[in-house]
Design a protein around this ligand. Sequence first.
Ligand SMILES: C[S@@+](CC[C@H](N)C(=O)[O-])C[C@H]1O[C@@H](n2cnc3c(N)ncnc32)[C@H](O)[C@@H]1O
Length: 286
Amino acid sequence: MPSPALPGALIPLQYHYHMLSDQARLGAFQQAIAAVVQPGQVVLELGCGTGVLSFLASQRARKVWAVELLPEMVNTSRHLLAQNGVADRVEVIHADAHDYLPPEPVDVVICEMLHSALLQESQLSVMRTFCQRYQAHFGNLPRFLPEATLLGVQLIEQQYDFAGYHAPVPLFRQADSLDEHVRLRSEAQCVLSLDYRQPLPASMQWAHTFHIEQSGLCNALRLITKHLLAILPDTARSIDWHSQYLHWPLPKPMQLQPGMKLTIRANYAAGAPVMALTQGLQIEVH
Ligand SMILES: C[S@@+](CC[C@H](N)C(=O)[O-])C[C@H]1O[C@@H](n2cnc3c(N)ncnc32)[C@H](O)[C@@H]1O
C-alpha cells in the first residue's frame, strides 16, 4: 500500500491541461528527452501524471516504467498511453516514488515534481531516497533528467495596487515574460545549486548579501528556479527550463541607497507549502 505523500504534492487531473499546454515546459522536456534517451534504452519516470513525458521517452526507449501515486492519474495515464499507441512499451505503476524501485536497472530517470523555489512538490525527497535505494540495489546511478536545479534571487519593485487597493501578496509569473508591473532593483544572483547525482539536502538553506549601487524602492524578492534538464558536454550547453518566478513581498518596503548592504537568508524544508516562506525568508539591512 503506498505511503501518504506530502499534501499538495499530488496533482489532480484538472491541473494537467496547464502543464500539457505550457509550450516552454513541454518543448524543453521534449528536446532534452530526445538528446538524452538513446534508442533501445530503459527509462523510469517518477510522477508520470498524464504520461506525456513517458510517451515522449517511449519514442526512443525499449521500455518505460512510469510511476504515479494518485489513482485517478494512474487510470488516466494508462488510458491515454493506450490511446496514443504505446501501452506495449510504457507500463504505469501505482506506487509512491519514495518507495519504488524498478524490476531492472534503468538508463535514464525522468522526474518532474518541480515547483518554484522547490516548494510544494517532492522532487528533493523523491530523488534523495531514490538514489540511496537504487545505488544499494543496482550500483551505478542512471542519468537523471533534470540533471540539476539552480536557485536565484533578485531584488525587485512589484506593483501591488488593484483598483486603488494596495495588496502585497505572493504571485507567480511566467519566467522571462515582459512585465510592466515590475522594476528590477538588482542583478539575479545564483544562491544554490543542486546536482541530482550528489547527496541532496532536506532543507533549502542559503544566504546572499546584495551590495546596493543604485537607489530605488524594493518591496519584493524574485525567486528564480532554473532546471538544467540535460547538460550536453559536446556542445557545452544545456537544455533548460524555468519554473514560474515567485515574487515574494517583503514585510516592509525598503528604500535602497547606494552603499547599503542587504542580506537575504533562506531556510525552509524542500517541498514545504509556499506560505512557509513567511518564516523561511529573513532580510537584514546593514
Ligand atoms: C508536476 S506533475 C508532472 C506530471 C508529468 N510528469 C508531466 O510532466 O506532465 C507531478 C506528478 O507527480 C505525481 N506525484 C507526486 N508525488 C508523487 C509520489 N510521491 N509518487 C508518485 N507520484 C507522485 C503527481 O500526482 C503528479 O501527477
